[in-house]
Design a protein around this ligand. Structure first.
Ligand SMILES: Cc1cc2nc3c(=O)[nH]c(=O)nc-3n(C[C@H](O)[C@H](O)[C@H](O)COP(=O)(O)O)c2cc1C
Length: 351
């Protein structure tokens, strides 16, 4: 392998290839995470949509499926966040991954336990703040990225963040192949992180019916909405989101309350926990009451489409890159292909 492809990210994370599979709620299961790790890249388990006891089972399961290092992603404002911090430390997980509303006391605990902190940011000032709080590596996600996302395109954001911070930067938002990996390295990144590309792999639990929607989507069908939970979120336009976009304040409130109750049943969270988590989001993001309720229970909308296989009745978080993805390889085949393409791209540039 070309030495250009063995970056700081590989040495810091103890991996062969400079590729991270980012966490995706409901999707980054132990199976997907471990398959990524076993293929030589770095997998992140999604714990933001799990109850505390489920998170513990999931971490244990990843450890059964791989002996390679992996990460755990969670929200520092989710119910039971402090227990998840304990768990990450207790299990000796390599990386803690998080995004908005980072908490200094949790980060300090990770640092003193030797756990690498890798937050995802969408703006240079957030990168700066994240490093001040102790981030070891930064994932800079451009606006093309799936799920919650910013507005600056990856090609502008990544070099900006590289110029702003001293720690290694990983580029995210819009990657799927080896050409993209080489482009990210050219921008000064130490590797790439991908969500949507891993969503569409064999080991991803995405139901076939829902995967068909992703394959059918063109780049023009993937847009940013604030109607799901008040924060800009990149999704595939479908019947459900189109209804949210056109609804009035009352219909949104009714929908928010209905799904809030459903989420409570599903997650086992008490009304107090649900409201505490919603209130934290309201304070950190300046949301309205309806948005606050939507935010607290947005996972139920995602679950409907992404787990239960009803793509018209829920939210389909997606990066723009889904518009040009047409296959569902195994993680190993995908990673091998990306690395081969990266080698070929480097050779073509050298010629
Ligand atoms: C289906 C889906 C679910 C996601 N869920 C989460 C999540 O739970 N936590 C998180 O930090 N990011 C989440 N994201 C964002 C991804 O981790 C990642 O940053 C993003 O997908 C990168 O852009 P890409 O889709 O262009 O590769 C999600 C993205 C997708 C597509």
């Amino acid at each position: 392998m070309s030495t250009a492809l063995h970056t700081q990210l590989c040495s810091r994370l103890g991996i062969r290839y400079p590729i991270i599979q980012t966490a995706m709620g409901w999707i980054a299961t132990p199976e997907l995470t471990a398959a990524t790790c076993n293929a030589g890249a770095f997998g992140m388990l999604a714990a933001a949509t799990l109850r505390v006891e489920e998170a513990e089972q999931a971490i244990t399961r990843v450890k059964q499926l791989t002996d390679r290092p992996f990460g755990v992603n969670f929200l520092m404002e989710q119910p039971g966040a402090a227990d998840i911090v304990d768990m990450i430390i207790r299990h000796g997980v390599k990386v803690a991954s998080y995004g908005r509303a980072p908490k200094a006391q949790f980060i300090e605990r990770f640092k003193s336990a030797g756990i690498l902190c890798i937050p995802t940011v969408g703006a240079p000032r957030h990168a700066q703040k994240a490093v001040q709080l102790g981030a070891d590596i930064i994932i800079a996600q451009g606006g093309e990225g799936g799920g919650h996302t910013g507005s600056v395109p990856t090609s502008i954001l990544v070099p900006q963040v590289v110029d702003t911070v001293q720690v290694p930067v990983v580029a995210a938002g819009g990657f799927r192949d080896g050409r993209g990996l080489v482009a990210a390295l050219a921008f000064g990144a130490a590797g790439i992180a991908m969500g949507t590309r891993f969503l569409l792999t064999k080991e991803s639990p995405l139901p076939e019916e829902t995967a068909k929607r992703y394959f059918a989507a063109t780049v023009n069908d993937i847009f940013v909405t604030r109607e799901v939970d008040g924060l800009p979120q990149r999704v595939i336009m479908n019947e459900f989101v189109s209804q949210l976009e056109s609804g009035n304040a009352i219909s949104r409130l009714v929908r928010a309350l209905r799904s809030g109750l459903a989420y409570r049943k599903l997650s086992g969270a008490s009304i107090r926990e649900l409201l505490t988590s919603a209130l934290a989001m309201q304070q950190s993001e300046g949301l309205t009451r309806t948005q606050m309720l939507m935010a607290a229970n947005a996972p139920i909308f995602i679950r409907r489409a992404m787990v239960e296989g009803h793509p018209a009745e829920g939210v389909l978080p997606s990066g723009v890159i889904a518009g040009v993805i047409n296959d569902r390889p195994t993680c190993a085949a995908l990673i091998e292909r990306i690395m081969c393409e990266a080698e070929q791209t480097l050779a073509a540039l050298a010629n």
